[in-house]
Design a protein around this ligand. Structure first.
Ligand code: FAD
Length: 120
């Protein structure tokens, strides 16, 4: 039986960048790897939109595909060009999973990404 404290510790210590957002992609929680990969402290990004990470060069259809999947309650995986706090670009291999309550309607999303720049 896993305790809540151990579960929280596992998420916080994960090598994958993890964020939890509301339905509008406003960040509610980020783990340590998210801070390490993006260069932002948690208090700098909580309350901001995930689009804060966009390098503004990923083609719009990529984001439209992401949101089309999410609005149908499906997870989405793809690569985006992200911008670190220091301005450096990196390739984010991202999976976003809808965290829907049983009675429908998206309320929260789980984002998980890692830096795939070296593979690009
Ligand atoms: P936006 O106006 O946000 O979106 C561009 C297009 O996407 C719009 O034209 C519209 O068609 C569609 N769209 C946007 N929001 C919605 C919505 N709520 N419902 C339906 N369609 C919509 N983006 C990154 O660049 N990097 C990330 O690492 C990243 N991680 C994310 C993690 C999570 C958990 C979630 C939920 C989203 C993440 N996003 C990420 C997507 C981000 O929220 C923005 O949609 C994206 O960055 C584009 O932002 P924008 O301001 O350029 O355009």
């Amino acid at each position: 039986d896993i305790t809540d404290a151990l579960f929280h510790h596992a998420v916080d210590q994960s090598a994958i960048a993890i964020s939890i957002t509301d339905a509008a992609a406003t960040i509610l929680y980020v783990n340590k790897a998210f801070c390490a990969i993006t260069g932002y402290a948690a208090e700098e990004v909580v309350g901001q939109n995930q689009s804060l990470l966009s390098y503004r060069s990923t083609p719009k259809p990529v984001y439209q595909a992401l949101w089309a999947a999410l609005n149908e309650g499906r997870p989405w995986t793809g690569r985006l060009l992200n911008r670190r706090k220091d301005g450096l670009p990196y390739v984010a291999e991202l999976t976003v999973t809808p965290l829907a309550p049983q009675n429908g309607g998206q309320t929260h999303y789980l984002g998980m990404h890692w830096d795939a720049t070296d593979e690009h």
